[in-house]
Design a protein. Structure first.
Length: 93
């Protein structure tokens, strides 16, 4: 996490890492009125990566905080489209 309110997702984010990363994201969202998640380093992931993002967005909504997602790899974006959650992700280019 940098001072600029950006959280970098790890390169590997599958079911095994999802709980820990979701906890980190949700804790940050609670304490930061505005947070950006940078997903550009994701190289190995499954649908759990989307679950982490959605958990963060849910937490942000509960606290009326802003959360944006940037750098989502094309394969993750395609997965989000398949699951019908692309519009929920608050993607930034």
């Amino acid at each position: 996490m940098s001072d600029s309110g950006v959280f970098q997702l790890p390169a590997l984010l599958t079911h095994d890492q999802a709980r820990a990363v979701a906890t980190q994201v949700c804790n940050l969202v609670r304490t930061q009125p505005s947070l950006q998640i940078d997903a550009s380093k994701l190289t190995q992931f499954d649908s759990s990566a989307l679950a982490v993002l959605l958990a963060g967005l849910r937490e942000a909504a509960q606290h009326q905080h802003a959360l944006k997602v940037s750098g989502l790899p094309a394969k993750a974006l395609a997965l989000a489209r398949v699951y019908g959650v692309e519009n929920l992700l608050h993607l930034q280019s």
